[in-house]
Design a protein around this ligand. Sequence first.
Ligand SMILES: *[C@@H]1O[C@H](CO)[C@@H](O)[C@H](O)[C@H]1NC(C)=O
Ligand SMILES: *[C@@H]1O[C@H](CO)[C@@H](O)[C@H](O)[C@H]1NC(C)=O
Ligand SMILES: *[C@@H]1O[C@H](CO)[C@@H](O)[C@H](O)[C@H]1NC(C)=O
Length: 815
Amino acid sequence: MKTGFSSFLFPNGMLWVAFLIIGFRGSHGDFTYSIPEEMKRGAVVGNIAKDLGLDARGLSLRNARIDLKGSRKRYCELNAQTGQLMIAERIDREEICSSKTTCPLKYELLLENPLELHNILLQIQDINDNSPQFPNDEIKLLIPESANKGARFPLDVAHDSDVGRNSIQSYSLEKNDHFTLSVQSNSDGVKYSELVLDKELDREQQHDLSLLLTAIDGGPPQRSGSVTIHVTVLDVNDNLPVFSQPLYQVSLPENSPLGISVITVSATDADEGANGHVTYEFSLLAGRVAKLFTIDKVTGEITVSGQIDFEEESHYEIRVQAKDGSGLASSAKVVIDVSDVNDNAPVINVKSLKNLIPENAAPGTEVGIINVQDEDSEGNRQVRCTIQQNVPFKLISSIENYYSLVTTGELDREHITDYNVTLIATDEGSPPLSSSKTVHLSVSDVNDNPPVFEEQSYSAYVTENNKPGSSVCSVTARDPDWRQNGTVFYSLLPSEVNGVPVSSYLSINGDTGVIHAVRPFDYEQFRSFKVQVVARDNGSPPLSSNVTVSVFITDENDNSPQILYPTPEGNSFMTEMVPKAALSGSLVSKVIAVDADSGQNAWLSYQIVKSTDPGLFSIGLHSGEIRAQRDISESDSMKQNLVISVKDNGQPSLSTTCAVYLLISDNLAEVPELKDMSYEESNSKLTSYLIIALVSVSTFFLTFIILIIAVRLCHRRKPRLLFDGAVAIPSAYLPPNYADIDGTGTLRSAYNYDAYMTTGSRTSDFKFVTSYNDNTLFAGNTLPKNLGQSSECLDFTGSKCSTLVRHNLFYHSIL
Ligand SMILES: *[C@@H]1O[C@H](CO)[C@@H](O)[C@H](O)[C@H]1NC(C)=O
Ligand SMILES: *[C@@H]1O[C@H](CO)[C@@H](O)[C@H](O)[C@H]1NC(C)=O
Ligand SMILES: *[C@@H]1O[C@H](CO)[C@@H](O)[C@H](O)[C@H]1NC(C)=O
């Protein structure tokens, strides 16, 4: 203030002097001086002596002095020498009177001698020595950004110690975009200012402002004081969170592990604090999707929390919300494209399947439809379907993903009945996945196999005289077909044996194939026969095959030897003539016997069991030839009787005996004696009958034979009749009793007989000679063509016997 004082006091000094004089003249009795504050020490306020009309000497004489009422300070002093009132101390009006508009200092001037008292009033005038001042260094204002235009914010009132004009007259505000200043006076007349919002604030644009407020007083000279207003713009939640992108797009492989991060969304909120604190959440997620993804509230990271399955859903659109502290929200879309991973093996579906395939199905027959599916996409769903090797089936790809299962070859149920066909489907993913399925196919039967006999032919050996019903043999045929197609029934093929239906000989068990004899067989009747057995299955149509069963009847020793010559006792009167001159060893007779059996059973041996003169004759054991053992002598009895036993070699053996009558004589005249010798009961009548009979029979046969020859000559194919001597009979007349097994004989050469067939009549002995070969097996057969070609007979020794027989054969009656 001192500095300020001098600066404006002196230039105006003249003015102040005038002012003081005027003030002096206005008072009565008392002195009034008006001075500005802050005058220099020693400055003269007034000349009291002069103003009192006293000379300066008088004042000092009178001991004049001044007192300031009520104050210890004096401020002014009286110069008694000059009578001048001078400033003694600094006068600061603001200190003395503060804000009072008038500031008087009352002095008393005391004069002695005489005592005189004068009041001196010193009016202290204010000078503008104080600047406006604000109470604080700065003004802090907190204004929400939401404050409306026109809002008022009262500001601190500045203070100026000066009074009157020197006090604050106005305020001014630094120019700015948002605020204006409104200056007001209150009821005390104190001026104050208010900030008026002229343009809305935006914290997000400018969160604080500094404004300079200046208070100006009246002066002169004008003084001012300033303060900075700090306006802090308070945040109001006026901003939505804003996502960094409106759309987030991401690709996610399926089967991503739990917890893996998908994407992080982020939103910013320009607001501050809680208003700008963004949290994230899904909005409106369907329940299922909500389980698959979770979002971190704070970071906005979306993670996988469930099984991501491309096949279930390949595309997710999720809305994400960002919210600030007071709930303002905005949203963004997150598109998650799930990418396929080859995680689904192909699935094989058997759409149709013929479980039963007839074995005659042609190659290429469709037996099933297969469908393959793969839920994956693109390459991962490209599926190839194959079939295992070594089965007669293949897959033909028809329509996409459909395959036909067809046969590739002939099926044979009898070979392979069932197939387990494994289908393998492989996709083209990487790595590829595959699956397989086994289908079971059965081959159904077709009657394609005829029954087959186990043997190519069967032979059965049956001993004759078998019991009816006994089993002969058994045949078996196999048919690999199924059930009735493979069920075999046996039957005999109708045929005839010896003109008799075969069924009267044999029967067959249709189920078992066991063949039974229906009746006893007689080896002597026939030795073998063949029968065809048919095996037929039960299919439709049935298949059959046949086999030949040869039945061989084996011999049993059931026939005793039969003597052909000499004829058995009692019915014949044959006697052998032995010349008297017969020498030792000469053949005298021969016993001829046959046995209907064969082999050992027909191997005959001869023995003399009784003789008139033992030692005279002997018989060949097997030839039956009776020979003289020594020369016949005169002394030998004329009549010789031999009893001969013929025995076969069977087990047990059978035998027959016969008697041979020998007459040792050279003369037929001696024959009548024979009557006495051998036939006691014979008579002449019989003899003559016999002669007649012989002649007639011979005549008859001669005629007959001539006829036969004639017929045979006419019909070359007809069998020839054979003769021997005077008597022969056609073989066709022979009974079928005598047969031999063709080709069986191990003893064949030994057993080659001449068969001496007899007719039924015992009284007529005819000899029929033919070869063994012509001895036909079956009665029904026609005579072989070579009949008679070899008309010789062989005895056991192999010598020709026909001559002998012829030679020796004669009838007793002729004799
Ligand atoms: C086919 O499979 C079935 C069941 O697995 C089995 O019983 C049968 O023996 C198999 N057949 C063939 C021919 O492998
Ligand atoms: C037997 O074969 C026929 C065809 O020849 C067939 O139709 C039938 O089903 C077969 N029977 C059985 C039991 O397999
Ligand atoms: C018996 O089988 C043969 C061949 O096996 C055949 O030729 C013949 O016709 C069959 N006979 C009958 C009567 O079935």
